[in-house]
Design a protein around this ligand. Structure first.
Ligand code: FE
Length: 250
């Protein structure tokens, strides 16, 4: 079975990616069990690998039930096994006959086609593969709340205090009209919050992504219906993975 694991390019040291002859999983410093595979902390780090198409759907860093009751398994399983998988399948179909694009890693592929209107389909699907992989890792069971350590210091230095950060992040996520993403990024040594429409992603412009929240309706509608603000609050209070954010600082 051809398994290719691609991950965001930021957290090189600790964002371990497993590629284990038919079984593997994203792991973040601890052993993580998924529905189909067991992660290994000794797995090779394929973060900025030269792995190329055809890409495979990355395994989850936790079981798809792990974020309940905040994010239901129903929401998660549809999001992951239908939406995320569709982006992977679409991308593979779009690049399979393109020797140049098929030779690129996911990161390189996204940056290559970003801004090229003739490759919008490739960009949209490739970026959505990357964004979702990053999103799964932006959450963890029992996450959320006020961070500590270096990421907390950075947040305080950049936004004033954690409450101001929460307000700014929430406002970005709420006001992203239609589908898109809210991001915490590091830019020029300071943290910043950005929102992007559709598949747009700060990594395409070489920005260092720390955390993201998917605000496409498919991410929350089964659990929260039209109440996007409640979904955002749940993410910040109960799901966000600050260890991942800190590791992404590098
Ligand atoms: Fe999504």
């Amino acid at each position: 079975m051809n398994r290719t694991f691609y991950t965001p390019s930021i957290p090189r040291r600790d964002f371990l990616v497993g590629s284990l002859a038919g079984a593997g999983a994203l792991a973040l410093g601890t052993q993580i069990t998924t529905r189909t595979a067991t992660a290994s902390t000794a797995a090779p780090n394929l973060m900025s690998s030269t792995q190329t198409a055809p890409f495979s759907l990355p395994n989850l860093p936790y079981a798809d039930t792990a974020l309940e009751p905040v994010m239901s398994a129903r929401t998660f399983s549809f999001h992951y096994s239908k939406h995320h998988k569709a982006y992977v399948d679409n991308l593979n179909g779009l690049v399979k006959d393109n020797a140049e694009l098929s030779a690129l890693s996911l990161d390189a592929l996204i940056k290559k086609v970003a801004g090229d209107a003739s490759k919008a389909g490739v960009f949209n699907n490739a970026a959505q593969v990357w964004n979702h992989t990053f999103f799964w890792n932006s959450m963890k069971p029992g996450g959320g709340g006020k961070p500590t350590g270096r990421i907390a210091d950075k947040i305080n230095a950049s936004f004033g205090d954690f409450d101001k950060f929460k307000t700014a992040f929430s406002d970005a996520a709420k006001t992203q009209f239609g589908s898109g993403w809210a991001w915490l990024i590091e830019d020029g040594g300071k943290l910043a919050i950005v929102k992007t429409p559709n598949a747009e992603t700060p990594m395409a412009q070489g920005k260092k992504c720390l955390i993201t929240l998917d605000v496409w309706e498919h991410a929350y509608y089964l659990d929260f219906q039209n109440r996007r603000p409640d979904y955002i609050t749940a993410f910040l209070d109960k799901l966000v993975n600050w260890e991942f954010a800190e590791k992404n600082l590098g």
